[in-house]
Design a binder for this molecule. Structure first.
Ligand SMILES: Nc1ncnc2c1ncn2[C@@H]1O[C@H](COP(=O)(O)OP(=O)(O)OP(=O)(O)O)[C@@H](O)[C@H]1O
Ligand SMILES: [Mg+2]
Length: 1034
């Protein structure tokens, strides 16, 4: 799909129905007739659509009413948007100039032209406001921005006035540069001012006013200020303010404007002292105007009335009153090296007074512009791009036109000439030069008028200067005669004398008429010479140079410092400044706003077709349209075009090796330009429609980002690689160093190890010898090593005899000592850990041991089983049995099985020991009481059984015989018994059989044997047979 295949419909896609009224760009008109042009303009104007394009030129029609089309919101809408994407607007033009400046890094200017009252100043303000809002802002930039913005009301107050054409007519020319940094921030400004219409200070035509500031001061000035300045409120009392007769104008708000101006003066850094001087100067002009003159007896001028006004002037300017009076009434003449005072006539005095007033005001205005420039100055010297705004007084024709109108209209001729040069002429010449097929568009070139006015030696200005400088009685009329003499055949010049009969009727004798590009203007020559000379008498000038008021003193002192040379005339100065301006402008890229006045009566909504047709004609808009339609909106040298857009085509990116023109051809083919959309010239490509270029520019913007991303990625990769390489090298270096360090350490370690091992071996070999230098370390090592080993492997119990580490020979004795020490230590620790209960227990166990150790087979197993205090408590014994035991306490009790004497029947009984006897209890009865005294012996077998036999003294046959019992805790019971009854020695351990006395005289026996299973029974022989299992061997 071709990149630029965008139709007009797409272009207008975003427009509302209202925006579609008429045609937004005259280039798109079906026919290029004046009627069609005007009809479109009218259609749009009727819907308050005051802006229409001719290509990139903006036509603006003054609506004479406030329209709702200037807002921050709308400024945002137009920000960064291509020219033709939105309805025509002054913001679009401002924005495009700005963006072109930023992208192409070049300087621009916006030429705002149109006749007086067409809206130039308003347009320039809208542009400034646009930049103020849409440029990047910082605190610093905002200060500059405010100064640039606020310079406007100040300059307007001092330089604008109501004329018949315009209530706020610019009476000076203004060219303002706004400087931008590379980011687009407005960083500074500079104003060039052109020829202020000073004559207005002392004279205004009927219906006109003096400069606004005078009215603002007398209307808005605070009481205190007015008192200080000796002024009265209202302008009626001041001669300089009343000649036009129309001080109050509804559209002008002097009081409000006064406040604005005062505030603006602060913002542009004019301090209090200077502000006072400034108002003092303005007031002094008003007072000066009221200084009247009368005639004395000799016919010479003297001040009329009292001196009040003169005194105020002297006070406000800070000059001597008497000298001032002298200066206003006499002139100093040097005659024969003597100074003589020559008195003025009244007319002359008025002339001198007015000249002084004009000079004071004019110089003050220049001073003000300089202060504004100082405050807006950008101190940073780095490269800046600028956008210049040219807002100059428009072409004007009054009933009486004087020197000022001559200058103003001359200026407009020059600007028209510049416009023609840059658009119609240069454009067509370029097509020819570039060999682009072209059918010439005819246009009126006002060069002839410019030459008539400014040609050296032959132009009107030169002739005027000549008359001014000529010795003798040169007057305005002699000047006119000179003109008639020299210009008699010029088609654009006519006077009463030169004119034909019909024309003559329209001309006075003192008039000359010029046929300007914008129409005829009849000038009255009266005052031309004086105004051109603009002379101030030397004595009064010297006086002002001494003034205490700093503003006038400074500005008069710097005025024509070279007093010997005659100052340049006003017209010549003006001519040179315009020439300089033209030189400045042609170096910049131009944007045009052509302002049209909708009607002469400043009426909103009134479209005066004749008036507008006239303007369309003289502004050359039709011709411009024709050239635009036939021509190309954009052109660029091949190299430049290729350099910018080459990234858009693979064949041209990154380098095109062939001719630039070929490269451009390849590029535009790739972009899909249609054949009619462009032409290839000799050195340039010409693009017909802006939209084609915008589409290319959009593609370029997109591509630029992609390229930037790619470059960024590449660069990042490159950086990362570099970093990685450096890191790797560093790592290798560190590694090498580290390895070296390690290797050196290792080598040292090994050398040390060899030494140690050698020493060790030597020590080992001589270990048997007495301690000497060779084996001392080894022995120490062996000792330490043994002790360390010993420390980790000490026996943990007293009984452990095996764990002790076997010592090396050198430590045999030490080891033994240590072993004993350790053993003692363990014994001590063990003994200390024994409780009293355990001690008692051990006592008992010792007793048991002394009785049974090595005698009874079950003894070893019993050693580990602790003895209990008793197995039967008093609570376990029947109360009746207890009563039978009596008062004796039970010391020990145990359940037993008692075998009957006859038949050896087993019976479960309780056996309790008291202090004196053993009691055998069967439930509630004590079956048998064996006094210890009658217990003559106790027998047990040597086997593992638990049979105990009590041998009881039995003298009486009624008495029961020996007692045979089985008691499981045998050792516990017998030990307790032996302790309680002190019977250790009565216990005997018997092998095989125990003889028992069943009754006195009747015997039996208990036979013991071992078997696989334990058993107690009556044997066939009538004995009790006790079979016990064999003891476990440990
Ligand atoms: N865009 C606009 N919107 C509303 N009113 C406007 C506009 N432009 C101009 N005017 C009105 O027209 C008047 C004259 O405009 P402006 O002062 O800009 O004219 P000018 O071309 O600068 O004239 P001169 O050459 O006399 O200085 C303004 O005071 C204002 O009332
Ligand atoms: Mg203006």
């Amino acid at each position: 799909m071709p990149l630029v295949a965008q139709g007009p419909l797409d272009m207008e896609g975003a427009l509302t129905a209202r925006d579609r009224v008429g045609i937004q760009d005259f280039v798109l008109l079906d026919e290029t007739t004046e009627a069609a042009f005007l009809s479109n303009l009218r259609k749009r104007f009727s819907k308050d659509l005051i802006y229409t394009y001719i290509g990139t030129l903006l036509v603006s029609v003054n609506p004479y009413k406030q329209l709702d089309i200037y807002s921050h919101k709308l400024m945002d809408v137009y920000k960064g948007v291509n020219f033709f994407e939105l309805p025509p607007h002054i913001y679009a033009l401002a924005d495009n100039a700005y963006h072109t400046m930023l992208t192409e890094f070049n300087n621009h200017f916006i030429l705002i032209s149109g006749e007086s009252g067409a809206g130039k100043t308003e347009a320039s303000k809208k542009i400034l406001q646009y930049y103020a809002v849409s440029c990047p802002s910082t605190t610093l930039l905002n200060t500059v921005r405010d100064k640039i913005l606020m310079s406007n009301p100040v300059l307007e107050a001092f330089g604008n006035a109501k004329t018949l054409k315009n209530d706020n007519s610019s009476r000076f020319g203004k060219y303002m540069d706004i400087q931008f940094d590379s980011q687009g921030g407005a960083v500074g400004g500079h104003v060039l001012n052109y020829l202020l219409e000073k004559s207005r200070v002392v004279h205004q035509n009927h219906g006109e006013r003096n400069f606004h500031i005078f009215y603002q001061l007398v209307e808005g000035g605070e009481e205190e200020l007015l008192r200080r300045l000796g002024l009265e409120r209202g302008g009626q009392r001041y001669h300089y303010l009343t000649q036009g007769g129309g001080a109050a104008v509804s559209s002008i708000h002097d009081r409000n404007n006064w406040k604005t101006v005062k505030n603006a003066l602060q913002i542009i850094n004019i301090d209090k002292i200077n502000t006072n001087h400034l108002f003092g100067t303005v007031a002094s002009v008003l007072h000066l105007g009221n200084v009247g003159f009368g005639r004395d007896a000799r016919g010479c001028a003297v001040l009329s009335g009292d001196d009040a006004e003169l005194l105020w002037v002297s006070k406000l300017l800070g000059v001597d009153a008497q000298s001032l009076r002298e200066g206003l009434t006499c002139r100093k003449i040097e005659a024969n090296k003597e100074q003589v005072l020559s008195p003025f006539t009244v007319d002359h005095a008025i002339y001198a007074r007015d000249a002084l007033a004009k000079a004071i005001y004019g110089q003050t205005f220049t001073w003000l512009v300089n202060r504004i420039n100082e405050s807006m100055e950008n101190k940073d010297l780095s490269r800046k791009n600028v956008i210049g705004l040219l807002d100059i007084y428009g072409f004007e024709v009054f009933y009486v036109n004087s020197f000022e109108q001559f200058c103003i209209n001359y200026c407009n001729e020059k600007l028209q000439q510049l416009f023609i040069q840059l658009t119609l002429k240069a454009e067509q010449e370029e097509y020819e030069a570039e060999d682009i097929e072209w059918e010439s568009v005819q246009f009126f070139n006002n060069k002839i008028i410019c030459e008539l006015l400014e040609e050296k030696h032959t132009g009107i200005i030169s002739l005027l200067d000549e008359e001014c400088l000529r010795p003798g009685d040169a007057t305005d009329l002699t000047f006119l005669e000179r003109l008639e003499d020299k210009m008699s055949n010029h088609p654009h010049f006519v006077t009463h004398k030169l004119a034909d009969k019909v024309t003559r009727k329209t001309l006075e004798r003192g008039d000359f008429r010029l046929l300007h590009y914008a129409g005829e203007v009849t000038y009255c020559v009266v005052g031309f010479l004086d105004k051109n000379n603009d002379l101030l008498y030397k004595n009064i000038k010297d006086l002002i140079c001494q003034a205490k008021n700093a503003i006038v003193r400074e500005s008069f002192s710097t005025m024509d410092s070279d007093t010997r040379r005659r100052p340049e005339t006003v017209a010549t100065q003006f001519k040179s400044s315009l020439l300089k301006l033209t030189e400045v402008l042609v170096k910049k890229e131009a944007w045009y706003i052509r302002c049209l006045k909708s009607n002469e009566s400043k009426q909103p909504g009134h479209f005066d077709e004749a008036l507008i047709r006239h303007q369309v004609k003289y502004l050359g808009l039709m011709e411009h349209l024709r050239v635009r339609r036939a021509g190309f909106a954009y052109r660029r040298i091949y190299e430049v075009f290729l350099k910018r857009y080459k990234p858009l085509c693979p064949a041209t990116w990154p380098h095109w090796r062939g001719l630039p023109a070929d490269g451009v051809e390849v590029l535009v083919q790739h972009l899909g330009y249609l054949p009619d959309e462009y032409r290839m010239g000799r050195t340039k490509i010409f693009i017909r429609h802006p939209r084609t270029l915008y589409a290319t520019e959009d593609a370029y913007e997109k591509c630029k980002h992609e390229l930037a991303t790619r470059l960024q990625a590449k660069y990042k990769g490159y950086k990362a690689k570099g970093k990685f390489k450096r890191q790797k090298e560093a790592a290798t270096k560190i590694e090498t160093c580290w390895r070296g360090v390690q290797a050196r350490k290792e080598r040292e370690k090994r050398a040390w190890a060899v030494k140690v091992i050698k020493k060790f071996i030597k020590g080992y070999m001589t270990r048997g010898q007495a301690r000497n230098t060779e084996n001392s370390e080894y022995l120490a090592f062996v000792r330490q090593n043994y002790l360390n080993r010993l420390k980790g492997n000490l026996p943990e119990t007293v009984l452990d005899k095996t764990t002790w580490q076997s010592p090396p020979a050198v430590l045999a004795e030490t080891s033994e000592l240590l072993r004993q020490l350790h053993s003692r230590l363990m014994v001590r620790r063990y003994v200390r850990g024994i409780t009293p209960q355990r001690k008692a227990q051990l006592h008992l166990k010792a007793v048991t041991s002394s009785i049974f150790k090595g005698r009874k087979d079950s003894y070893p197993q019993s050693v580990a089983q602790p003895f209990v205090d008793t197995r039967i408590g008093e609570q376990d014994v029947d109360i009746r049995a207890l009563q039978m035991i009596g008062h004796e306490h039970i010391q020990y009790g145990v359940p037993v099985i008692k075998y009957d004497r006859n038949g050896f029947k087993p019976r479960a009984r309780q056996l309790v020991l008291t202090q004196t006897a053993a009691h055998l209890i069967d439930d509630a009865k004590v079956k048998q009481r064996v006094l210890y005294t009658s217990l003559k012996g106790i027998s047990v077998s040597n086997l593992t059984d638990c049979i105990i036999v009590f041998h009881i003294t039995c003298e009486d046959p009624k008495q029961k015989g020996d007692l045979v019992m089985q008691c499981d805790p045998l050792f516990e019971f017998l030990t307790k018994l032996s302790v309680i009854a002190n019977k250790q020695n009565a216990i005997s351990v018997v092998q095989g059989s125990i003889k028992i006395d069943i009754q006195a005289g009747k015997e039996s026996a208990v036979d013991f044997s071992s078997g696989p299973e334990a058993e107690v029974c009556r044997a066939k022989n009538g004995h009790l047979l006790v079979v016990s299992t064999r003891a476990r061997t440990r």
